[in-house]
Design a protein. Structure first.
Length: 289
């Protein structure tokens, strides 16, 4: 291998590993995702969604009449995929349902080393037990702190809302949506839900803040929210920005294959060149003798 061949080979490896066009194919033929629109002005805090979710997925069924759940703000847990919290705001009490947001470009799936956390073609983000190795990177990467680990189980799992994926495959709505008595939850395609949300805001400008939470946050989410008060008053993070979280780590992750393949190739080339020079020097020295 001469110097020209070596550098030509190294350049070819680098070009083959270039990541600039890796997402070009993903942008073609995209399909619409499922989503849910939550109108917090319609929620009465009955927690029927909590019960329906628990019964559907064989989770802990709360005693909504006696558990004093509204005494504090709750997060989801390994035993409750969705919870409803009460907030005292400038416009009175507001009840807000919380669950996985099903991001369009989820940080949890990007962080998952085994593709156990998976973004389905229809939108819901699901966890696949047979692929999980228990690293829990999905937990630390989620900006909404949703995936939960069963620390006290002999066979622990990652628990989170999957938007009732099994029901969706049967043509049914998510259990929480079907159980809501006030139509505070609406299931459909995000494009259609966005049109409905904008229609409500524009036709009732005094009833809603002029923002749809989930439209742009972290690149957009499957769950969209309408509110009568600023979202920070009802427990939402408003500091997340509009960039999908995987974008922050993409350059680093794409550099990894370059490091793993291009650098060893470069070192191998240097080694071969060094051996060739040594052989040449030894040959010249022998002839001189």
């Amino acid at each position: 291998m001469n110097r020209r061949s070596f550098f030509k080979t190294t350049a070819s490896v680098g070009a083959a590993l270039s990541c600039k066009d890796l997402f070009a194919e993903e942008k073609k033929g995209q399909i619409e995702f499922f989503g849910v629109l939550v109108d917090t002005t319609r929620c009465i805090g009955c927690r029927s969604c909590e019960i329906a979710c628990a019964e559907e997925h064989d989770l802990f069924v709360p005693d909504v009449q006696n558990d004093s759940a509204y005494d504090q703000v709750r997060n989801t847990s390994d035993k409750q995929w969705t919870v409803v919290n009460k907030f005292d705001t400038e416009k009175g009490e507001v009840f807000v349902k919380r669950q996985c947001m099903h991001c369009w470009q989820p940080a949890c799936t990007s962080a998952c080393l085994t593709n156990a956390m998976y973004k389905t073609k229809n939108g819901p983000v699901i966890w696949r037990e047979d692929k999980c190795m228990g690293c829990r990177f999905c937990m630390v990467s989620c900006p909404f702190e949703i995936p939960k680990f069963e620390y006290h189980e002999w066979n622990p799992k990652i628990q989170k809302c999957n938007m009732c994926w099994d029901r969706l495959k049967k043509g049914q709505k998510p259990a929480c949506v079907s159980a809501c008595p006030t139509d505070a939850l609406m299931f459909g395609m995000k494009r259609e839900l966005m049109e409905i949300a904008r229609h409500r805001v524009y036709n009732h400008p005094d009833k809603y803040v002029h923002n749809i939470y989930g439209e742009h946050e972290v690149g957009g989410t499957g769950w969209l929210y309408l509110s009568a008060v600023p979202f920070e008053q009802i427990g939402f993070r408003t500091d997340l920005g509009t960039t999908p979280y995987p974008e922050y780590t993409r350059d680093f992750l794409y550099a990894v294959p370059v490091i793993l393949f291009a650098v060893p190739a470069f070192l191998l080339g240097l080694h071969l060149l060094s051996e060739r020079d040594n052989d040449k020097n030894n040959s010249e020295g022998w002839n001189n003798e």
